[in-house]
Design a binder for this molecule. Structure first.
Ligand code: C2G
Length: 146
């Protein structure tokens, strides 16, 4: 039984997340995901749109995910690996090198990210739609110049 362990915020769940989780699930028999709590994201300096409980529920609904645990600190990875009996610790390669110190506990793997999609892109896209809508409404509301 090969156990794979990964961590992330998974805000505005998108196909980049799905493709990573699918590839991670193919590395072993079960995939444990540490989902960053809202409090931990504040420590990471990340402002999330979707609250932790919903991000956790979304991950639990993903066919590739066996179980979701809360990620509350940077330091919990070592004890999580031991408790879960993780054989592989894996992340997208934007984290390449950051977790090599865990190599004494588990095989450390970094997989290529999915290009051209990110939570930041989705937030910018939503903001652009909002601004366009506001301009349209302002245009509709302003009196036409005669
Ligand atoms: N990811 C990806 N392709 C994307 C976007 C994200 O493969 N287009 C991967 C990231 O590399 C990461 C995972 O999806 O492995 C989750 O991404 P985030 O939610 O952005 O995770 P992050 O905020 O980087 O948190 O302790 C580790 C941190 O909790 C990681």
């Amino acid at each position: 039984m090969i156990t794979v362990l990964t961590y992330g915020t998974f805000d505005l769940f998108h196909v980049g997340h799905v493709r990573l989780l699918r590839r991670l699930s193919q590395l072993g028999d079960r995939l444990i995901v540490g989902c960053s709590t809202d409090e931990f994201n504040a420590i990471k300096g990340k402002k999330t749109v979707v609250p932790f409980a919903q991000r956790k529920e979304t991950l639990e609904a993903c066919r590739y995910v066996t179980r979701v645990i809360p990620e509350m600190t940077w330091e919990q990875k070592r004890s999580d690996i031991i408790r879960e009996g993780a054989d592989i610790f894996a992340m997208g390669d934007d984290w390449a090198g950051h977790f090599d110190d865990l190599a004494d506990l588990a095989q450390v793997v970094y997989l290529p990210r999915t290009e051209n999609i990110s939570t930041t892109d989705l937030k910018r896209f939503a903001a652009a739609i909002h601004n366009e809508k506001v301009q349209m409404l302002r245009g509709a509301a302003s009196p036409t110049r005669s």
